[in-house]
Design a binder for this molecule. Structure first.
Ligand code: TXA
Ligand code: MG
Length: 333
């Protein structure tokens, strides 16, 4: 059992955040790299620590929906409904920003993404801090999101002033993002809160964003990628594909629910259940790098209800594919 951060750790975290420093904290999706969202200089440190282009907008984490009017100039009824249904939880909403929300947070957009996470350590931190925390996933830019405190320490080292411990993340992949700033709700990123769940609460269709619709870096096809090359395959063809690359001299791993009966191919095992697969996916991709694999052949899980759309989305991105044709900006990324 991993111990969660204690009250004294939370106090230290709050002191650091008030002093404009960076604190990584657990959420139920992935670990976030947090800074005071009202402090543009502190937010700038996030981009430096991640090596992320500074025009990319960040999600502001808040303690409850009651704080929404401090961050958004217009909170539509749809946002109230979704907050009531899914917060605290793995859903971020894009709303019109309030005056005074720094450009450093929004990337200069007139909207801001907001989320109330449900991890107890994140909630304790947000309540004690009594403000908003801008926090992207606590990984270096373009790499796999951290789902354990250890991943953050390994990847960011002393670029982060404190890492709060919160065990392994429950969901394991990033939050659903829905844009409510326009005339109709638009899904920007699939996650554990599915389109069907959103539509049921809203009583309205939720459109999927087109590949070129947002500047969101999480939407770039090259995101969530390990160092190893990831190739997607069907269950039927995966082992023979892995065998082929192995025969050609590559170090090959198979990401699948079934162990390969082949010598020389590393098995990156996934559980059967889609929620458990989401929880373990990023750890397996990290394992691939730790094993020094050149190639990961990944069996794409079937599209079912629930988190499987998000799971397929992250696998495609790990493979350098988007949910359509790569957009032009990725040719220069
Ligand atoms: O699960 C999560 O959301 C995690 C944890 C830490 O909460 N955070 C996370 O942050 O995934 P990040 O920065 O890695 O991804 C945030 C995504 C990016 O794709 C960003 O472009 C998008 O949210 N985003 C933020 N503000 C936006 C805005 N105003 N309009 C459109 N997209 C926005
Ligand atoms: Mg990220």
């Amino acid at each position: 059992m991993t111990m969660h951060a204690r009250d004294t750790d939370i106090e230290r975290a709050v002191d650091l955040l008030r002093a404009g420093r960076l604190v990584a904290f657990p959420t139920e999706t992935v670990y976030g790299l947090g800074a005071n969202a009202r402090d543009a200089e502190a937010v700038a440190k996030i981009f430096a620590a991640k090596g992320r282009p500074s025009d990319h907008p960040l999600i502001v984490h808040i303690a409850s929906a009651q704080a929404l009017p401090r961050w958004s100039s217009y909170v539509p009824e749809a946002a109230q409904k979704l907050a009531a249904a899914f917060w605290p939880g793995p859903l971020a909403m894009v709303l019109r920003r309030a005056e005074g929300v720094p450009d450093a947070v929004t990337g200069g957009l007139d909207t801001v993404a907001l989320r109330v996470p449900r991890h107890p350590v994140a909630l304790a931190l947000l309540r004690a801090f009594d403000g908003g925390l801008a926090a992207p996933s606590a990984n270096r830019y373009g790499r796999v999101s951290p789902t354990r405190a250890m991943h953050v320490r390994e990847e960011l080292g002393d670029r982060v002033d404190l890492v709060l411990e919160g065990g392994a993340c429950d969901v394991g992949i990033e939050s659903t993002i829905v844009d409510l700033s326009g005339d109709e709700p638009v899904l920007l990123r699939p996650g554990a809160v599915t389109v069907e769940m959103l539509e049921r609460v809203l009583g309205q269709r939720v459109r999927h964003a087109g590949e070129n619709a947002t500047p969101a870096p999480g939407r770039k096809p090259s995101h969530y990628a390990p160092r190893a090359k990831v190739l997607l395959a069907s269950d039927a063809e995966a082992v023979s594909l892995a065998r082929c690359f192995h025969a050609g001299g590559a170090r090959v791993g198979l990401l699948s629910t079934k162990a390969p009966m082949e010598a020389g191919i590393d098995w990156l095992g996934l559980p059967q259940d889609a929620d458990a697969q989401a929880r373990e996916l990023y750890q397996r991709l990290r394992d691939a790098d730790a094993l020094g694999l050149d190639i990961v052949v990944a069996v794409v899980p079937p599209l079912r209800e629930g988190i499987s759309e998000a799971l397929q989305d992250r696998l495609r991105r790990a493979a350098g594919l988007g949910d359509g044709a790569p957009d032009a900006s990725d040719l220069h990324a």
